[in-house]
Design a protein around this ligand. Sequence first.
Ligand code: GLA
Length: 382
Amino acid sequence: MHSPQQAKEQYQLHFGEGARMFFSPGRINLLGEHVDYNGGFVLPAAINKGIWFAIAANNSNIANFVAADIEESFSVELNAIQKHTGWKNYVLGVLHILQQKKFLIGGFNCLFGGNVPQGAGLSSSAALEAGLVYALDKLFNLGLNTQQMALIAQEAEHSFPGTKCGIMDMFASLHGKEGHCILLDCQSLQYEYLPIIATDYELVLINSKVHHSLSDGQYNKRREEAKEGLSFFQTLNKNITSFRAIRQEVVVQFKDNFSPEVYNRCLYITQEIERTKKAAEYLKENNLIEFGKLMYQTHSGLSELYEVSCKELDYLVSEANSNFDVIGSRMMGGGFGGCTINLVAKNKREIIINNIVSSYQLKYDIQPEVYLVETSNGTHEI
Ligand code: GLA
């Protein structure tokens, strides 16, 4: 689906007039990967690809959903919400958590569809969950603020879909600001907007087309390994509440107390938390050259220490790195596939990206997709 107009028209065909329209964006993340659930900082931005919702109350006890892009629909009685399969779990998870928290909603008709590619690490699922919470809040006057909405969307993802994600994706979707990224402290949820001033360079995403699925267990496994590492440090000092309090030198000092995997995870997390703080400073100074170097470092850490990359993403990044005019590149999001994010010299972008795309295609027989990043405002009514 490519426009709100399309969503509105399709809604009319299914349910008639009277829908309210909402947009909920996907997100990119400039730096700070896999640290949102480890007490770190992140630098996401909402983008102009997302999900449109056409939605209205229907004075019944039934929620009717149409997933327009895949032409699937289903209905559920609000007093019989249960775990299902696939995309249905994202919307059912939202209804489940709202009910658990005693927010009263009535029946409604909802058609949604969008242009954010799925499984590409651009948070299509968070856009869906955050957008639904936002729309239901407006429809039934729940009185939620956007931080509460993000927390509900996160719990929704933990519940039926079962991915124990951090707060970054839904927070970014709900709080995005055009032309800016968000420096989010994932511990306190305090945030500030940093302008993305890209005069000579621009952000380009390359979708490896390796489909990533976070609910296949690897993401949750990383969370468990991180937790195991943290609990060791907590036995040393009970005041430690997150990796924020641990320096990488300390991790190195206690190396023998961990399995190689847990050691590597802890090392990566402590490095990435420091890196993101530095990156935010570089961004404030508009020092993109130094910022870009940190992106490459993050990729190495994600690939070698956190082990959430894959050979296709590694290849895209190494191709980027062999080019002087790509000053930063790394895999983005949960990993195991999806996109790389690249900081590319504007005047050379076309030729550079074409070269990367064709050598990737030659090597893996996959045609990657390229997206120029345009930031957007957070979830809103249209
Ligand atoms: C996924 C999760 C986020 C975050 C990223 C990695 O997108 O949903 O919470 O952990 O992976 O940074």
